[in-house]
Design a protein around this ligand. Structure first.
Ligand code: MLT
Length: 408
């Protein structure tokens, strides 16, 4: 028989969200008359904005003509989309980028998971605890970690706890880490990084020779104008950071699939012999070899996000979700819960009542109030005793959920 990649056996049973899905399915099969409110996975619920839909319909029609048909596109993305991304998301914020520093893809989850391929298997990663599980699990699969320990941490990963004690602002890694994963606005805690703090991170990475993998998939939810949306707003960040961005939450593309990864040419790694190599060229080689580009129709939809009308429409959607976040925050606080996040991010992080374990609270909420959330421990050991609610639900569901929780 063919031998398997045994690193997969180190992984905890299932990926967090399918595991939640299994439990919810079992509950709803046993209780078919109960209406379940889903505030677990951060999946958007508003329909695609009309300007985006129209652009995609037009693109589909174009594809049905011989002059407008598109086969394989450029793997890195159509120039028209790359230009709009750069102009809107970077030039306007004082950041200069060239088209070949931006790689359009089918999602930040894939990018965050795939990026580890271009680093040495010996490189050590540092993650915040709690953390988006993709960063950890993909490094486990690749063999960059040891077994999971009793604490729930994997051997050979540096963890940076984000707890109430440090206001969910992790300290720098205590040991040397080659790759530091940061996510702001944070999934799951909903925290943001100030300009001063991000500057410290960039300086830290420069000093230690580490690379920051900066996931800013939720930047569109930042309400405070003083908070940076991009790590490149910090001088010198191009030499130490890659940035992951997504249309999923910003423009309702969770089912449509479009994202991008920025790798500035200044960002360099080294070979075992000490020669410098640009990560941009490695990723370009990987992307063009393993990926054939996002569909023309989807990229045209993404381009429409940047049109003046597209901007108006997606900002309304973001305001809708942020109003949900406010309702959840205030509703839970009024019921005596300790809540965090939800002000510059679509996630509310709450302390479980009566010191319940995260999964115990998950079961209680499902059984007593038919509400699905995400157990904090699913994001790492430091998430134990916490729980995440997503603000991406429909307004009526959010209102009912708060009423149900208040009655519990
Ligand atoms: C989440 O709920 O954490 C996100 O939806 C996960 C993702 O974007 O992949």
């Amino acid at each position: 028989m063919t031998q398997i990649n045994e690193n997969y056996l180190k992984l905890k049973a299932g990926y967090l969200f399918p595991e939640i899905g299994r439990r919810v399915k079992a509950y709803s099969e046993a209780n078919p008359n109960q209406r379940i409110i889903r505030l677990g996975i951060g999946d958007v619920t508003l329909p695609l904005a009309p300007t985006i839909v129209n652009a995609m319909v037009d693109a589909a029609k174009e594809m049905g003509t011989s002059s407008g048909f598109h086969g394989y596109g450029p793997e890195q993305g159509y120039s028209s989309l790359l230009q709009k991304i750069i102009e809107h998301d970077y030039t306007k914020r004082g950041v200069t980028l060239s088209e070949d520093e931006v790689f359009v893809s089918d999602g930040s989850k894939c990018d965050c998971g795939n990026i580890q391929e271009i680093f040495s298997l010996d490189s050590k990663i540092a993650v915040v605890d709690p953390v988006y599980p993709v960063y950890v699990d993909t490094n486990v699969m690749a063999g960059r970690t040891g077994e999971v320990k009793e604490s729930g941490h994997y051997a050979n990963i540096v963890y940076m706890p984000a707890t109430e004690a440090n206001s969910f602002e992790p300290d720098f890694p205590k040991e040397k880490a080659d790759i530091i994963y940061l996510c702001y606005p944070n999934n799951p805690t909903g925290m943001v990084a100030s300009k001063a703090r991000l500057t410290e991170w960039v300086n830290f990475a420069k000093k230690t020779g580490s690379i920051i993998l900066y996931d800013s998939a939720y930047e569109a939810f930042i309400q405070d104008p003083a908070i940076p949306k991009s790590i490149y707003e910090i001088p010198g960040a191009k030499e130490v950071a890659m940035e992951f961005r997504s249309f999923s939450k910003t423009a309702g593309f969770t089912g449509t699939r479009c994202a991008y990864l920025v790798i500035p040419k200044e960002l360099k790694g080294k070979t075992s012999k000490g020669e410098e190599v640009s990560f941009n060229s490695l990723w370009s080689r990987r992307h063009t070899t393993k990926f054939n580009g996002v569909s023309y129709i989807t990229q045209k939809g993404a381009e429409a996000v940047f049109s003046p009308q597209g901007q108006i429409e997606i900002k309304e959607q973001i305001a809708y979700y942020m109003e949900n976040a406010r309702l959840i925050r205030e509703g839970l606080s009024a019921s005596g819960y300790s809540v965090f996040g939800g002000q510059n991010a679509p996630y509310i992080w709450l302390k479980t009542p009566r010191n319940l374990k995260s999964w115990e609270f998950f079961d209680e909420l499902l059984n007593k109030a038919q509400i699905v959330g995400t157990p904090g421990s699913g994001f790492g050991p430091a998430g134990e005793g916490y729980f995440r609610l997503s603000a991406f639900g429909k307004r009526e569901d959010v209102i009912s959920a708060i009423e149900r929780i208040q009655k519990m």
